[in-house]
Ligand binder design. Structure first.
Ligand code: FES
Ligand code: FES
Length: 164
């Protein structure tokens, strides 16, 4: 630990989307702020910043978590996947993860602000349960909110993704 001005900082290695990043971070910086502002991965959204909306959802050790509710210093060295880490990384329909493609083809959103969080929670669900029931889908996505009330289209998107 070092002290920069009035702030304590630490050197950590964040393992994001398979890439290690050596970073000097302040102890109070959240994982969400670091991946958005230090790594410039802005797909994860800051909606509420208080663990209510799920728009910041990323996968940590394969499980969906709210990136706004973790400090970056807590997760050094552990595998983190953001929305940018899905698919093969090419900006094509074929390069997308099947969940991303299903949300696109089924109009699984309106303004799209919540969509990265829903996609990440869906990916986590399908990784451990490839053919969930509607009830299992609703439970798995219960930590994600959509202010546009696009829940019907979101459910259709997940149904499409589970069939592929
Ligand atoms: S921004 Fe993290 S839960 Fe809303
Ligand atoms: S599509 Fe707008 S918040 Fe969900």
């Amino acid at each position: 630990m070092t002290t920069t001005g009035q702030y304590h900082t630490a050197e950590i290695t964040l393992n994001v989307n398979g890439q290690p990043h050596s970073l000097q971070v302040r102890h109070h910086w959240t994982l969400l702020d670091v991946i958005r502002e230090q790594l410039d991965l802005t797909g994860s959204k800051k909606g509420c910043d208080r663990g209510e909306c799920g728009s910041c959802t990323v996968l940590l050790d394969g499980k969906p978590v709210y990136a706004c509710q973790l400090l970056a210093v807590q997760v050094g060295g552990r595998p983190i996947i953001t929305i940018e880490g899905l698919g093969d990384g090419t900006p094509t329909l074929e390069g997308m993860d099947t969940v991303q493609r299903a949300f696109l083809e089924e109009d699984g959103g309106q303004c799209g602000f919540c969509t990265p969080g829903f996609v990440m929670s869906t990916r986590a669900l399908l990784n451990c349960n490839p053919n969930p029931t509607d009830e299992e889908i609703r439970q798995a996505l219960s930590g994600n909110l959509c202010r546009c009330n696009a829940y019907g289209r979101i459910l259709e998107s997940v149904r499409a993704a589970r069939q592929t």
